[in-house]
Design a protein around this ligand. Structure first.
Ligand SMILES: Cc1cc2nc3c(=O)[nH]c(=O)nc-3n(C[C@H](O)[C@H](O)[C@H](O)COP(=O)(O)OP(=O)(O)OC[C@H]3O[C@@H](n4cnc5c(N)ncnc54)[C@H](O)[C@@H]3O)c2cc1C
Length: 424
């Protein structure tokens, strides 16, 4: 039997999946990809599931289905709880998995900056379950608001507060503004769409901090013109199930609080004791993306703290994660050609990041794009955003379904996913 190496990939997100896809069909490797979910999730469109513009199945696809044709790749649904780099075994509650090469591609998780008790009242946005929870909370609140007559309580139920003014917060705020301005009035007979209150709170002096200042100014103006309350330089110090408190002492009565403010690396990385990390817990890797002194273990995607071969700090975005996944596959293949023990090759290729720019959508016909010298705002940026997001969705069926969903949501003002299961 051929002496193929065992490659274990933990995480079927952008980094893990692209690594598996690059090794697919190469029978020098027996690849196992493990994820605690059975699907690959296109997180950039999570906010559209949260705001009922798309269905959950539009932005996720079964990993098994994506990798069905790759005979050397096995897909396992399991939750890995420990890795022992000495014995080269990863374990879950019930199973253990041996490896020659390990790829850690476990992404990030929501972080409340030390206020873990807030998770009871605040919903993060990282998984399909989160997006569904947000959608349900908002739609359920609107149903109650439609039924009751208490004006103050109705106002509280119709207040959505988003903490965090980065791309996710801005995209959520824009989508709720669209909902409030274009569709609510025809669906609810007692409450008026214009009475939906959307508040976005950012601790920094402006929205979209990593973007050029005029994009931030454009975004603020567009949101405010759409009826969103934008609060910058504002710190949230406490939350409860009925309101949140600001550092200034002001209290905001609100039923829905969405957290779009912070992420930290997944806990599984703690298995690599003594490995260097950044403040968010990401492992700082060597230029080939392996952990220093552990050459057969690679870290890719959001969970890696990387400065590339050209000295560029690599951001936590989907294209960077995919590029890292493919690079790790190349290094593993390079190593194998050198025919030594896993991780013994010298002169491994360094990772270089190809920066394709950043973009955020703010509502219908409004977006910002920042890609080197190309700076776009408004309709052209919106079209670029739509095109890129369709292009990178996994699977033809998903692309078609999302295009149809957008057609009805944007053109026909009819978001298609307003159904949720009730408590009754
Ligand atoms: C709401 C939101 C909006 C975003 N918008 C954009 C955008 O517009 N453009 C952009 O470029 N980027 C965007 N991003 C960032 C982008 O999604 C990430 O950079 C990308 O998903 C990182 O890929 P990854 O493979 O590192 O991790 P992920 O895609 O997070 O995948 C990690 C996988 O690991 C699995 N996993 C974790 N721990 C375990 C374990 N112990 N056992 C088994 N499986 C495990 C998880 O289930 C998950 O499937 C957004 C992110 C979010 C949350």
């Amino acid at each position: 039997m051929k002496n193929s190496k065992k490659v274990l990939i933990i995480g079927g997100g952008f980094a893990g999946l692209s690594c598996a896809q690059k090794l697919a069909g190469n029978d020098d490797f027996q690849v196992t990809i493990i994820d605690r979910q059975n699907h690959h999730l296109f997180q950039p469109l999570l906010y559209q599931v949260a705001t009922a513009a798309l269905a959950t199945t539009d932005i996720a696809r079964s990993l098994r289905q994506i990798l069905a044709k790759a005979d050397n790749v096995k897909v396992i649904m399991d939750d890995i709880t420990n890795v022992d780099p000495k014995t080269q075994v990863a374990t879950s509650a019930e199973e253990s998995y041996e490896y020659d090469y390990l790829v850690m591609a476990t992404g990030m998780r929501t972080s409340f900056f030390g206020n873990d008790q807030w998770s009871e009242h605040v919903i993060g946005l990282k998984s399909l379950a989160d997006a569904y929870s947000v959608r349900k909370r908002v739609l359920e609140a609107l149903e109650t608001a439609e039924r009751i007559t208490d004006v103050e309580e109705r106002k509280r139920l119709m207040t959505i507060t988003i903490i965090g003014g980065g791309p996710t917060g801005v995209e959520l705020a824009g989508a709720y503004a669209d909902l409030m301005n274009r569709t609510l009035h025809s669906n609810y007979k007692n409450i008026e769409g214009s009475k939906l209150r959307v508040i976005i709170i950012e601790a920094a002096p402006r929205l979209l901090m990593p973007y050029p200042e005029d994009h931030s100014a454009y975004t603020k103006k567009h949101l405010e013109d759409s009826g969103v309350t934008v609060m910058t330089d504002t710190m949230v110090v406490d939350v409860s199930d009925r309101h949140l408190k600001l550092k200034s002492g002001e209290t905001i009565d609100t039923h829905t609080i969405i957290w779009a403010a912070g992420m930290e690396a997944t806990k599984l990385l703690n298995c690599f004791e003594g490995a260097p990390r950044d403040r968010a817990g990401r492992l700082t890797v060597s230029p080939d993306l392996s952990i220093p002194d552990v050459p057969n273990v690679f870290v890719g995607g959001d969970t890696a703290d990387v400065v590339d071969g050209a000295g560029v700090k690599v951001p936590g975005v989907a294209p960077a994660a995919s590029q890292m996944g493919r690079h790790i596959a190349d290094v593993i293949t390079y190593d194998h050609k050198a025919e030594g023990e896993a991780g013994s090759a010298t002169g491994r290729p360094e990772f270089f990041y190809w920066d394709k720019g950043m973009m955020a959508i703010i509502g219908k016909n409004a977006a910002v794009v920042s890609a080197g010298k190309m700076q776009l705002q408004g309709w052209t940026a919106w079209m670029a955003w739509l095109f890129i997001h369709i292009l990178f969705l996994v699977g033809f069926r998903n692309k078609l379904s999302v295009l149809l969903g957008w057609f009805f949501a944007f053109v026909g003002s009819k978001p298609g996913a307003r159904v949720f299961t009730s408590r009754f």
